[in-house]
Every structure is written in C-alpha cells, then in structure tokens.
Design a protein around this ligand. Sequence first.
Ligand code: ADP
Ligand code: MG
Length: 348
Amino acid sequence: MLEDKNPQRTTLENLGEFGLIKHLTQNFKLNHDSSVLGIGDDAAVLDFKGKKTIITTDMLVEGIHFDLSYMPLKHLGYKSVIVNLSDIYAMNANATQITVSIAVSNRFPLEALEEFYEGVAMACKMYNVDLVGGDTTSSTTGMLISITAIGIAEENEIVPRSGSKPNDLLVVSGDLGGAYLGLQVLEREKEVFKVNPNNQPDLEPYSYIVERQLKPEARKDIVALLQKLDVKPTAMIDISDGLSSEILHLCEQSSTGCNLFEDKIPLDPTVMSTSEEFKMDVTTIALSGGEDYELLFTIDQSDFPKIKGNPNLTVIGHITDKGEGAHLITRGDTKIPVSAQGWNSFNP
Ligand code: ADP
Ligand code: MG
C-alpha cells in the first residue's frame, strides 16, 4: 500500500534452506570482540570476559503484532530488532548480538526476505550489534519472527525494575502516544484503500506518528546520556505496552506506589492534533497506547539537578509508599487510580 512492491519474485524452493540462509546472511560481519563465532556452525560462541550477559527474546506474529498490508518488510525487519534492543537498554546494558528466527510460507519470494534482512542489517548497523545466528523454517499461517538480543553490562550497572523507593522521581524519555496514533492513521488509510485502491494516501501531515509506528528507535542514546550525566536510575523499564501498565509493573516490582501528573506527560503536537481529529482523549492514548519504546525510570531526588532542563527527559511524577497506591493526578486536580490498559495480545 505504501510503496511499490518489488516486481521480481524468486521462489524459495530453488534455493533450499541452506542456500537461503547463506544468501540472506552473507553480508553480515562480526564487529564485537565478544562475538567469537557467528553464523555457520551448530551454535554461536560469545565471550564477555567476566561481565554480565543480558538476554531477552520477543516473538512477533503476523496479524497479531504486524500487518503486512501497510508494514513494508524492511521496516518490519528493523522494528523487530528494535523492540528487542529496547529491552536490553531498559536494563541499562549495551546490546551486542542478536539471533533472528523466521517462519515464512513458501509463497514468500526471496526478494521479500531480502527486504526483511535489509531492515535487520540497518538496525544492526545503527545500533552496532552482530547477527550471530537464528533459524529458518516454513509456516502455513503467516509470518513469524522471533528475535533474541544479547547484551553486556558490569554487574553494578544493571538497572532492574525493582529498585525504586519512595520520593524517587519518575522520569520518561521522549514523548508518548505517537506510535499508537500512527497505527490508527495507517488502519484508517487501509480501509480507504480497500474501497478505492487508486487512492494514494497523503500521510505527510502524520509523518512523525507514522514513523513512530513503522520505524521506531530504541533509546540507546538515553542510556549513554544518563551515563554522561552520571545518573544511575534506581529502576527502569521500556514502554512497549503503554505508560500505565509499565508504571504498574515498575511499582509492583519495587513494592511502591506513585503519583503521576497528567499535565506533565510529554506529547508531540502531532499527537495532540491527531487525537483531536480521532476524537480520542490524548491522556488515555499516552497511558494505554503502546509501542513508543521510550524508557521510563526513577532517579534519586538528589540527581534532579543533573537532568533538569534536558529536552530528552521529563519528570512526570514521583514514587510513594506502596500503601498509597498508583495514582494519576489529573489536570483538574482529581486523583484517580492508574489502571493497566496496556496493549494485550490476548485481548486486542
Ligand atoms: P541447525 O540445523 O543446527 O539448526 P541451521 O541450518 O538452522 O542449523 O543454521 C545454520 C546456521 O545458520 C546457524 O549458525 C544458524 O544460527 C544460522 N541461521 C539459520 N537461520 C538463520 C536466520 N534466519 N538468520 C540468521 N542466521 C540463521
Ligand atoms: Mg536450525
């Protein structure tokens, strides 16, 4: 829908599984000393020389997590890597390797997989991670993608969800709600396209939020920024499912409560105007729309001067005792409990 499909179609059968893997992965080079052995053997070998290894996996299923009618495969490859790297950065670690496993129907042409791997390669380059393995198989029910990301950190650098304490400040990077609204725009254009395939959508006014949906970034830069500012968060989580559910995870793991201030939630102007257009409440979108891949973390109050005024970081609230619960303080100064309405793949 968004771009011309590659007219060339080479069937996968002609290549065979090993030929296919070789073809798709031949241009990936290993850049990290910790990548001792990569693709081509029974398993990869990594050596972190005494540092801690951080590992995370995510699975993406066609029709549940992505829709190929408006998700170009190159973007899908990129985003699939990003969502995993985001989890590594959320531990305050550095991502170093990934493995990529895919299941696709035989009807998929080689060119489609090449496009997907172009996106994977772009993410590997951008975030300096090595592709060290994966698995390739066929599927009769759509495309499946499973990526594992591996990272490294000194033991004392790791930031789990469980470390926040009362009076810590609650901080978020970037702005929220864009990815969800970008999805709404794409869904709307898909419906228009179904009725009139000649209608080329004008997505220009929505470019920021559509990009947030189709080509998100992981906040490696925030991890570096915090290091530079000499701030170690007390707890951290990435925002994949929506601010409210992530706040609740963080509070639950830390055995704390929190006060979150509605008027502090960072919003891009496009998010505000588009939510009006869709007649949706912008706070609900920021709280419940997922896939922003920003970092949510808590810091000790004494670190506030170090982050104050930084355009990438916004203090949105503070941590309280567990007994006080988790609350949103609205613009009208009413206090309402934060409820988890994060995106849930079992109840979409
Ligand atoms: P095995 O039979 O031991 O599972 P494979 O033939 O599946 O081996 O894989 C051979 C090599 O190619 C391994 O190093 C594996 O990690 C890598 N590999 C397989 N599929 C992919 C893929 N989709 N992307 C990247 N590497 C892959
Ligand atoms: Mg295999």
